[in-house]
Design a binder for this molecule. Structure first.
Ligand SMILES: Cc1cc2nc3c(=O)[nH]c(=O)nc-3n(C[C@H](O)[C@H](O)[C@H](O)COP(=O)(O)OP(=O)(O)OC[C@H]3O[C@@H](n4cnc5c(N)ncnc54)[C@H](O)[C@@H]3O)c2cc1C
Length: 259
């Protein structure tokens, strides 16, 4: 039983990511066949990057659905994964608390508790007490001849949301952009925000044409849509810009999509 740390790896991502998005985008505007444009485009990365950047920027996002990323995530709490799986345009495979015994579960400590000695002591004591109860209930079930998942599935009810879990997540690029908009925002809960920020860094490395300007909603909008009460003040409020943001976005869009 120990404190667990966030760890993420990309297990897989579509091959020829840029060329797939490029060919899908071009198909929308061209009489040529996507297969032909895919083969033509493969060697001209710079042109593809430029084209894809413009398409993403214009908000034409459906071509991004053809490319997906698969992440392996560990060292996160059940509190985090409960929020994560609310994102529906994704696939998940999570470590089971029925098939995997949690007699020695690791756990996440929120930084606000970690940095306060008194609170941390109380917190770790509670974790140890829960572990002791979990083991005690398991052995009580065993005495009654009940073990394996039929016992685990009931005893897991005493486990905390802090319990560490592992999950595999697959999202396409469009859903990833949406996920980052919601979860990189300072309003998102700290643990899922940390996960989102690390996933974004990995995506930026693999596919900068799509992800280099990704992030919280404000990054794309140029203003904070959260209102005066909730803004983190990184970007001005929409109201403060007095409609000017509309003009600048329109100017930048003008003629950017070359067919
Ligand atoms: C800061 C923050 C606070 C939150 N607080 C709460 C809370 O207090 N309580 C709570 O229950 N949840 C809360 N949530 C979760 C939130 O309500 C969403 O469930 C979660 O963010 C998933 O986002 P989504 O539904 O936009 O996207 P996804 O499920 O990722 O879907 C992506 C997009 O696809 C479209 N889509 C998907 N499914 C449908 C559908 N069935 N019909 C129509 N369009 C669809 C939508 O455009 C959607 O935005 C919070 C989220 C954030 C970021």
């Amino acid at each position: 039983m120990a404190q667990a740390q966030l760890h993420i790896e990309i297990l897989d991502f579509s091959q020829n990511t840029l060329s797939i998005i490029y060919a899908a985008c071009r198909q929308c505007y061209s009489t040529k066949f996507a297969g032909e444009m895919f083969r033509e485009g493969v060697n001209d990365i710079k042109n593809q990057e430029e084209f894809v950047k413009q398409v993403v920027y214009s908000g034409h996002e459906s071509p991004l659905e053809h490319v997906k990323f698969t992440f392996a995530v560990e060292g996160v709490s059940r509190a985090l994964t409960h929020q994560l799986v609310r994102h529906r345009i994704a696939s998940y495979s999570q470590q089971s608390q029925r098939y995997v015994k949690e007699s020695d579960f690791d756990y996440i400590i929120p930084p606000s508790i970690e940095t306060d000695e008194e609170m941390k002591k109380e917190y770790t004591n509670i974790m140890q007490e829960i572990q002791a109860s979990y083991r005690h209930l398991l052995s009580a079930f065993e005495k009654k001849g009940k073990k394996g998942e039929s016992a685990n599935q009931d005893v897991r009810f005493v486990l905390p949301q802090a319990a560490e879990t592992k999950i595999v997540v697959t999202m396409n690029c469009r859903e990833l952009l949406h996920f980052f908009k919601e979860r990189c925002c300072s309003r998102a809960q700290w643990e899922i925000r940390k996960l989102a920020e690390e996933m974004l860094e990995l995506c930026k490395q693999k596919l900068p044409a799509v992800f280099s300007n990704a992030g919280a909603k404000c990054v794309a909008l140029g203003y904070c849509p959260e209102g005066a009460r909730f803004t983190c003040k990184k970007y001005p409020l929409k109201k403060a810009l007095g409609g000017k943001y509309k003009i600048s976005i329109k100017e930048e869009f003008n003629g950017v999509i070359k067919t």
